[in-house]
Design a protein around this ligand. Structure first.
Ligand code: GAL
Length: 653
């Protein structure tokens, strides 16, 4: 846990005082105190105000803001302000502007217009971080460093010449010899053989499909290039302020383009941002996915750095939140391990591209529903302090690997409808509806503590990770693997001899041909279930057939098999059937939900000693559990959660 919050959940948001006159800053601090705010993130986009001309710094305004916050008892998560270089910088160094796949230079005037591999940008960013650390290292308000902002949002990959040179360096380091690269990329195909490093490029726009392994390595390189930017700033901060934790806000579950498993070990506090898809009554499931993924990346405690009090400004129709939805969202993040609930942003902007984005202080001011809810939420978070330190109980793991997702994203695959993050989220959602909390796990992770491991979609897997899963199953763990998993090695080369190559022996199944289904086509199974999207011709090679296709070209062929405790599903079941299968496989594995068969829309999360009951449905939910609600102090012999309401029960022992 990070220093200023000992004993309290964090509450606050991004604070941009540079958008307001100084009188408003005083009012801000007073209002923050009224709302129970504990921490604000200052300066995320302040570079132009901190360094208005090269090497000329203006810290006076920030000194005043930091002092005001300190005197109000508000901690500061101080941004290094490097997310958006000012116009003077981009004009002086046009070579730092990012270039897209089609060769278009993206100019300044919005935000985050820099090439991740630019040494010029990097030096300027590190210098600014150093100046800030030198100035505020002793400041009492400084609680945490917030490096840059959402690395990879907007510009994940840059295709300019500087990036091309850096990509070649990265490849040389990985392959040493150009012939090793040729072998790894399979360049015997389409006359792509490279004879000199200088010929190797990022996968810029080409007449037809790019080389899949080249694209995969460019994804890897690009994630590493961003990470190197982060660690360059972090190292300076650690040197000057070794006791101040450093974070950068992830977009877990929203951005799949950077490998957060690698990033997580480089931050002191894993933090993430999450925004709902408005107009989707099931959007709470996406929130649960992001929160569970972030907890898993962190290996425990984490911090929700941004979410919204109401509408965002970047969806086609920006719906407000429904009554109490902000409260439910915040408490759901806390249920799933967040150490608080932070927002973008404190005060709604008057001008600029985000002026229609909601905030803690809306345009209407304090005489508003949002403000009253913000104050109410502050009170709730205060009352939830006892949950700090209790662990989220997750008996199941879902394997998750960004590299596999990147590889499968190549344009020339058997079916465009196989989208790994969506399928992983669908399996996770089925568990949430069953009231079962899952962790996500990288395929290399130690899996022993889980009763079952689910593999919804893992196209690419290395030998060591495949052996890891096999050892887990051999040790008695239950495994359920979905289709088109274990297909290629780490360089996207097909594992020969029958699919799913990496898992063939574990599953006792051999597949010789894929039969992807047409859009909206379904296929019946002989156990009454329905498959969609995918089917394949499998035969049992040691496994027991549990269900077969009942019709179509694969009639009679296995669709669901088990080889002891290793299950294989060769199609994608529709939601209800998937939920049923997961429920029965997990029940056999000894996994039980804290509330059996929760009513639809009731989110149930158990932390040691506490039960969060979050009702996303309009009607009340009755739950046969006894405890005392931390939010109201009421004791329940049998919990009744009002429609749209939340109970956080301290369980009777
Ligand atoms: C985030 C970003 C914030 C703000 C917010 C709006 O992606 O970090 O600065 O733009 O989105 O929803």
């Amino acid at each position: 846990m990070y220093p200023p919050h000992t004993g309290r959940l964090s509450y606050g948001g991004d604070y941009s005082p540079e958008q307001w006159p100084a009188e408003v800053w005083r009012e801000d601090v007073a209002l923050m105190r009224d709302a129970g705010v504990t921490m604000v993130t200052v300066g995320v986009f302040s570079w132009a105000w901190l360094e208005p001309a090269p090497g000329e710094y203006e810290f006076g305004w920030l000194d005043e803001v930091m002092d005001l916050l300190a005197s109000g008892g508000i901690a500061v998560d101080l941004a290094t302000a490097t997310a958006s270089p000012p116009p003077w910088f981009s004009r002086a160094h046009p070579e730092t502007l990012p270039v897209d796949r089609d060769g278009r230079v993206l100019t300044y005037g919005s935000r985050q217009a820099y090439c991740p591999s630019s040494p010029v940008y990097r030096e300027a960013a590190v210098t600014l971080a150093r100046r800030l650390a030198e100035r505020y290292r002793e400041h009492p308000a400084l609680a945490m460093w917030h490096v840059n902002n959402e690395y990879g949002c907007h510009v994940t990959r840059c295709y300019c010449d500087t990036s091309a040179a850096a990509f070649r360096e990265w490849l040389r380091d990985r392959y040493k010899d150009i012939e090793e690269l040729n072998a790894a990329w399979g360049t015997a195909f389409w006359s792509q053989r490279y004879t000199e490093w200088a010929q190797v490029l990022p996968p810029r726009a080409t007449p037809s499909f790019a080389n899949p392994a080249q694209e995969l390595d460019f994804h890897r390189f690009s994630s590493d290039a961003l990470l190197a930017l982060y660690t360059a700033e972090r190292d300076v901060l650690r040197e000057l302020t070794p006791d101040v934790p450093v974070t950068t806000n992830f977009m877990a579950g929203m951005l799949d383009e950077v490998d957060y498993w690698r990033w997580a070990s480089e931050v002191d506090v894993v933090s993430t941002d999450h925004y709902l898809s408005a107009n989707n009554p099931d959007n709470w499931l996406g929130l649960a996915y992001s929160a569970d993924l972030t907890r898993s990346l962190a290996g425990g405690e984490w911090l929700l750095m941004e979410h919204s009090t109401g509408a965002v400004n970047w969806q086609p129709r920006n719906a407000p939140k429904q009554r109490d939805e902000m409260i439910r969202n915040s408490l759901s993040h806390v249920a799933r391990g967040s150490q608080g609930a932070m927002f973008f942003q404190w005060r709604a902007s008057r001008a600029g591209a985000e002026k229609w984005h909601s905030a803690m202080v809306p345009h209407a001011g304090t005489d508003s529903v949002i403000w009253r809810d913000v104050v109410r939420l502050g009170g709730y978070l205060d009352r939830l302090s006892p949950v700090l330190g209790s662990a989220v109980e997750a008996p199941v793991a879902i394997l998750h690997d960004y590299h596999s997702t990147w590889a499968e994203a190549h344009a020339a695959q058997p079916s465009d409808d196989m989208v790994p993050p969506a399928e992983i989220a669908r399996w996770h959602a089925a568990l949430v509806r069953l009231g079962i909390t899952a962790d996500f796990a990288h395929p290399d992770a130690t899996l022993d503590r889980y009763r079952a491991v689910l593999v919804p979609s893992l196209y690419l897997i290395g030998d060591a990770a495949a052996a890891n899963l096999a050892a887990y199953a051999a040790g008695g763990g239950t495994v359920l693997i979905g289709p088109f998993s274990g297909i290629v090695d780490e360089q996207d080369r097909v594992r020969l001899g029958g699919y799913p190559g990496a898992f063939r022996d574990l599953l006792g199944v051999r597949v010789d041909e894929f039969f992807p289904l047409l859009k909206d086509e379904t296929v019946a199974l002989d156990n009454g279930a329905t498959g969609q999207v995918w089917s394949e011709r499998a035969r049992a090679a040691g496994a027991t057939v549990v269900a077969s296709y009942a019709a179509g070209p694969l009639a009679g062929a296995p669709a669901l098999t088990r080889n002891g405790n290793a299950w294989y599903l060769g199609t994608r079941l529709i939601d209800g059937d998937l939920r049923e299968l997961l429920g029965s496989v997990l029940a056999e594995a000894g996994v039980s939900a804290p509330v059996a068969d929760p009513p639809p829309g009731l989110e149930v999360v158990r932390r040691t000693g506490f039960l969060f009951l979050i009702n996303h449905a309009p009607q009340a939910a009755d739950v046969p559990v006894a405890g005392t609600d931390l939010l109201t102090g009421d004791r329940h012999a049998r919990a009744r959660v009002p429609g749209g309401g939340v109970l956080v029960l301290r369980l009777d022992v």
